[in-house]
Design a protein around this ligand. Sequence first.
Ligand SMILES: [Zn+2]
Length: 211
Amino acid sequence: MSQRFAQLAQALAAVAGGLHGRGWVLGTSGNLSAVVEQDPLRLAITPSGADKGALRAEQILLIDERAGVISEPGARPSDESLLHLRIVAERGAGAVLHTHSTWSTLLSDLFGAGAGLPIEGYEMLKGLAGVKTHEHREWLPILENSQDMPALADKVGEVLKQHKDAHGFLLRRHGLYTWGNDLAQAQRHVEILEFLLETIGRTLLMKKQAN
Ligand SMILES: [Zn+2]
C-alpha cells in the first residue's frame, strides 16, 4: 500500500473522530474520502457501517473510479461511494466529507420544497474557498434523498453542473456534503457550513419564540 494512502487513512480517521466529537457523524452515519491518486483515480474512503467515533486508519479502504475495492477484496466501501466519486469528478476535489448533523437534517427538510437554502450576509461565509466578503450569497442546493445510489449520483452531477459556485449541498432529511482541494479545506468547509446551518436554524427558532 502506498505511503500516501497510509497517510490519508490516518488523516481520515482523525477527521472522523473530530466530526464525531461535534455530533455531526453519530453512530455509523456520515462518510469521508480523500483522493490518493488522480490518474488512474484512487480514493481512500470509509467502509460501510463503521462507527465514526471509533474509526481506525486500518479500516479505511482504497477504491477505484467504479467504487471497486482494491485494498481488501470482499470489503464493502461506504454505501455512498458513488456520490463521492461523482463530486471528485465534477469538482476536481481532493477530499469529500459528508455529515448527518441535526441542523443539516432539519433545514434540508424545512427548505426542501425550494430545492435549496440561501445563506447571505454572514462573516463566516469568508471561510469558504474564494469568498472574500460577507455580502456573498451562497446557494446550498437540496436534493431529495434516495437509496438508489447510481440515480442519486446522476442527480448530484446535474446539480453540481447547475450550481458551479456551490461549496456543498444537502440531501433532504439526510445530511450535508461538502468538499475541498484537500482534506484540510474540506474539513474547514464542514465547520463553516455546519456553523452557518446552526445559526440559521437557531435564528428561525428565536424569531418564532419572539412572535
Ligand atoms: Zn449519508
